[in-house]
Design a binder for this molecule. Structure first.
Ligand code: ADP
Length: 372
């Protein structure tokens, strides 16, 4: 359904995307993950024909985004980050307006609306002005406009940012429902959402894809097992209760322990996180250690590494400096020229720190572009 190959986007010397390639198959719900500034919105804007890449290609439903943008837009529903809407319009009026822009006739619109009202839970707000809506309802209207032409593909850019936890949960439920018969790419830095709504994750860092696979596969990439151990610091079975240094030193000596880190706890116990290798099970050793020493083990838990840990380790140090163009001599000058042609050419002069500082400006500029 979506095939991105070698996408690169430069803003002057700054490389927002660096040879990003991935495929999304029919019916998949894919979480597009990355820290702020990783390149998620840039990728989504390219996929939805709002921005041209410096080099590389994208096919959506078999159409090339550069050569056949209208055909691509017919197949895609897009909810940009902080989507702009006309606050003074009523919800129904706004959706009718979007349908008009897309050339949808009244009969088809009425038919579509029955489904959209149900899937996006808009029944109670159709007559209200958009400016009266809570963030959560605005996002539902945003989902509605993205679905108005019944597209097979949905691209949602951080649809739950700025929502409160209840609204987030609701919007995720709607996305899960919508994803049952569509291909969806959902960008977020909320890992719990990805675990809940997506079967697959693509992690992007510093403009590059650093992981791509089923959630379990991505989680297993961390390859570590984490143990949480709490030992009583007030009482012991024999002798005196241990100090935290005693517990730390003894845990570190367990064969297979890769690292031991103290956890913040109250004054009743010493808490540690111990990392072991993939597939290891050190619980028996930890228990025996406590018995040998006469320590009271208050709690022990073994977890395989969380998606969050993998995310952190894969996206560590997402610094701007890493993305400055290092002028590799073999890089195609032709694609640099293409970059000069696109709308961001005025940014070519700016240095990296300016790029970073002008983030808000850039966002504003892009959202104006989206408005247009
Ligand atoms: P994300 O969506 O992952 O937060 P973006 O795709 O918005 O990241 O941005 C990727 C990088 O490109 C960021 O460092 C951002 O500052 C930079 N960037 C985005 N748009 C522009 C622009 N118009 N001019 C200069 N830099 C930009």
């Amino acid at each position: 359904m979506i095939e991105a190959t070698g996408l690169t986007k430069r803003y002057g010397a700054y490389r927002a995307l660096d040879r990003v390639s991935f495929e999304v198959r029919r019916g998949e719900v894919v979480g597009f993950l990355g820290p702020n500034g990783a390149g998620k919105s840039t990728t989504m804007r390219i996929l939805t024909c709002y921005l041209s890449a410096t080099s590389g290609s994208v096919k959506v439903h078999g159409y090339d985004v550069f050569d056949e943008p209208l055909a691509v837009r017919e197949k895609i529903g897009y909810l940009p980050q902080r989507a702009q809407m006309y606050g003074e319009m009523g919800v129904l009026e706004y959706l009718r307006f979007v349908a008009d822009v897309r050339g949808i006739d009244v009969t088809s619109f009425n038919k579509r609306m029955r489904n959209i009202v149900e899937v996006c839970g808009l029944g109670t707000v159709l007559g209200k002005d958009i400016r009266q809506l809570s963030h959560g309802y605005r996002q539902r209207v945003g989902l509605g406009q993205a679905l108005i032409h019944n597209p097979p593909i949905l691209i949602l850019d951080e649809p739950t940012s700025d929502l409160d936890p209840n609204e987030k949960a609701e919007v995720i439920e709607y996305i899960k429902e919508i994803g049952k018969d569509r291909t969806v790419i959902l960008s977020t830095h909320n890992l719990a959402e990805v675990e809940e709504a997506c079967a697959r994750a693509i992690i992007i860092s510093k403009g590059r894809v650093v992981a791509d696979g089923a959630i379990d596969e991505v989680r297993a990439r961390g390859g570590r097992v984490r143990y949480q151990v709490l030992v009583d610091e007030k009482a012991a079975l024999r002798g005196t209760a241990p100090s935290s240094a005693d517990v730390e030193a003894a845990l570190a000596k367990i064969q297979g322990a890769i690292s031991v880190k103290e956890l913040p706890t109250d004054d009743r116990c010493h808490g540690f996180t111990l990392l072991g290798n993939k597939g290891s099970d050190l619980r028996g050793e930890i228990f025996k250690l406590c018995v040998d020493k006469g320590w009271v083990l208050l709690e022990m838990r073994r977890d395989i590494q969380k998606l969050e840990d993998v995310f952190k380790s894969l996206t560590k140090g997402d610094e701007v400096a890493d993305r400055l163009r290092t002028a590799a001599p073999d890089e195609d000058e032709e694609s640099e020229d293409e970059g000069l042609e696109d709308d961001e050419s005025e940014d070519e002069e700016s240095d990296a720190s300016e790029d970073e500082e002008s983030d808000d400006d850039a966002d504003e500029k892009d959202s104006k572009k989206e408005d247009a």
